[in-house]
Design a binder for this molecule. Structure first.
Ligand code: AP5
Length: 212
């Protein structure tokens, strides 16, 4: 099974994708996580991507599309979180599924208002080692500033400042929102209300997947 999660920055795609990965045994692939690792390791890709990411802009398609298709191709079922993010990426993904004989089974959009997103992202803290995500208001770690999983000091992502969040939101409106129409015309999009408890959203997504 292949699932695509859509939604604005901070809508909760990563949170739900990690839960779905555990429950359904599919591989969670998030270009944002891959790129942050590349930046941390100062690879050629990381060095090229850094300034786009810090400014809240999309990294050029020439650095993203091949990298993502190669990773998807290695897996037997994926949850995509953060790809595609514009029409060119969506078309490349459609072409890949068509040529490989695989199918994109579910496209799910998590819907959350901009005010709620700013609250969530301002409070988000992440573990730079294992990727666990916390929120100082809604889901704090047991010990302040420390990852529950591996004891690493948590960080506040560089692009989670209010100014960059607004920029990411406008990039989402201009470049990513059109792919919702694209998928509505190519098989449909399930819209999930994202301003609920993490568990309620997860159960709603599972129920939709089971029934469709
Ligand atoms: P990326 O890492 O993909 O960032 P994003 O899309 O902005 O998404 P986020 O990771 O910020 O949010 P999320 O929806 O996963 O929310 P989360 O679950 O963490 O991309 C970063 C950058 O990489 C881009 O700006 C771009 O430069 C580059 N990039 C990535 N993909 C690219 C592509 N395809 N093409 C080009 N460039 C690309 O939740 C957020 C917070 O809310 C957390 O604190 C969480 O605990 C909390 N939360 C979650 N659910 C709930 C809930 N139900 N109630 C209360 N709090 C909640």
């Amino acid at each position: 099974m292949n699932i695509l999660l859509l939604g604005a920055p901070g809508a909760g795609k990563g949170t739900q994708a990690k839960l779905l990965e555990k429950r359904l045994g599919l591989k969670h692939i998030a270009p944002g996580d891959i790129l942050r690792d590349e930046v941390k390791n100062e690879t050629e890709l990381g060095i090229k991507a850094k300034s786009y990411m810090d400014g809240g802009n999309l990294v050029p398609d020439s650095l993203i599309i091949d990298m993502m298709i190669k990773r998807i191709d290695k897996e037997n079922g994926v949850i995509l979180d953060g790809f595609p993010r514009n029409i060119a990426q969506a078309e490349a993904l459609t072409e890949y599924f068509r040529d490989s004989g695989k199918t994109l089974d579910h496209v799910i959009k998590i819907s959350v208002s901009e005010d709620e997103i700013i609250r969530r992202l301002s409070g988000r803290r992440v573990c730079p080692e294992c990727g666990a995500t916390y929120n100082i208001m809604f889901n704090p770690p047991q010990k302040e500033g420390i990852c529950d999983v591996d004891g690493t000091a948590l960080i506040h992502r560089k692009d989670d400042t209010e100014e960059t969040i607004h920029k990411r939101f406008s990039v989402f409106d201009e470049q990513t929102r059109p792919i919702i129409d694209y998928y509505q015309q190519h098989g449909g999009v399930e819209i999930v209300h994202g301003e609920r408890d993490v568990e309620d959203i997860f159960n709603g997504i599972l129920q939709y997947i089971e029934e469709n």
